[in-house]
Design a protein. Structure first.
Length: 363
């Protein structure tokens, strides 16, 4: 949508009035007289390195038809400034959101209307922040150069750090432990380690050996999943799941690049491979952890043919509606979001509102 409608402006005004109390005090924002359920999504668009063009796009849908009504760059609208350079993560908190900026080197706490309430800026002499998880009163952020920062969300101050490893990527907290991917040392020099860190003391408890070049870690239904990328040549990456009894990661499927929590306890995912000419091929799958079974292409019934060769940049599922969202990118122009219903039938596609749509949260 190219213009902001009067209805949308009114909704944003109501959200701003509601959001400025959210995530700031103990008042439940749903008690606010202007609080109304809003059917919509927030899409994090990474932008391009050095271009200062990352953004958060709010999209609103008709509650009956599900069709897109309106869309805007909500962070810029709420704050009268740009989000910054290269956005890496967007996480929903309790009546608030957290956004992590790689190029601009900060993590911010946002109201439900995406008005910025507070931020922590990483020192210039530290490595770029990469990934984060939020648990209790803390944000845990991995950084290049071998550091995990523990940040208190109440005043956005640094409480403690873990130092170790090389270039750290994915992180997830589960049962008081942080699982952290120690990805690589340098060009063509990859690690095979996941650190298990005590979240309270920030001390290393143990190191797990995994498939080469671990990058992304997810917690889905109390299970820890890890995606390793391999060496991009002759060692394939793989999706792995943590066997908590043995304390080891068990491979499930090769060449997995993205996963998300799907419907009915399933995990949805994408496999991506390149041939010798760097031509991309994608395929979709679902994984049933109860039966330890992989099924190919079962959750998208009428995916566009272009999905086989597009860069699949985002895969998300709205747990309330079961709707599936796939984001694609050509790394130059505004991305495209494809919306499917619970059965995998394509409903519509629309602009993501920015370049490289990488994450989505649901309002």
């Amino acid at each position: 949508m190219k213009t902001r409608s009067i209805i949308f402006s009114t909704l944003c005004s109501l959200m701003l009035g509601m959001g400025l109390t959210s995530c700031i005090d103990d008042t439940d924002p749903m008690d606010h007289p202007n609080s109304k359920p809003i059917n919509g999504t927030l899409t994090l668009n990474e932008g391009l390195w050095g271009s200062n063009n990352a953004n958060i796009t709010a999209s609103y849908f008709d509650p009956e038809t599900g069709l897109l009504l309106d869309q805007t760059n909500i962070y810029e609208y709420a704050n009268n400034k740009k989000l910054g350079d290269v956005a890496n993560a967007l996480i929903e908190g309790e009546y608030c959101y957290y956004v992590l900026m790689n190029g601009s080197k900060y993590v911010a706490r946002l109201t439900e209307a995406c008005a910025e309430y507070s931020r922590y800026t990483f020192p210039e002499n530290e490595g770029e922040p990469r990934c984060m998880d939020v648990e209790g009163n803390y944000i845990y952020v991995t950084q290049y150069g071998g550091q995990v920062s523990k940040i208190n969300i109440q005043d956005m101050t640094l409480e403690s750090t873990f130092k170790g490893g090389d270039n750290l990527e994915g992180i997830v907290e589960e049962d008081g432990k942080l699982y952290v991917a120690n990805s690589y040392k340098g060009i063509n020099d990859f690690n095979q380690e996941v650190f298990v860190i005590n979240a309270k003391t920030m001390a290393l408890e143990k190191t797990l050996q995994v498939v080469l070049n671990p990058t992304k870690i997810h917690e889905i239904d109390d299970k820890i999943y890890l995606i390793s990328q391999g060496n991009y040549v002759d060692v394939p990456g793989a999706l792995q799941v943590l066997d908590t009894e043995k304390g080891t990661f068990i491979p499930i499927l090769e060449n997995v690049t993205k996963i998300t929590e799907g419907d009915n306890g399933l995990v949805y995912g994408v496999c991506s491979t390149y041939d010798s000419n760097w031509q991309l091929t994608n395929s979709f799958f679902s994984y049933d952890p109860k039966r330890n079974k992989v099924s190919n292409g079962t959750f998208l019934q009428d995916a566009p043919s272009s999905f086989s060769t597009d860069a699949i940049y985002m895969l998300e599922v709205d747990e309330k509606t079961g709707f599936i969202y796939v984001g694609t990118s050509d790394y130059v122009n505004t991305g495209t979001i494809y919306q499917f219903n619970r059965a995998g039938k394509l409903i519509q596609s629309f602009d993501s509102g920015g370049i490289n749509p990488s994450a989505m949260v649901f309002m």
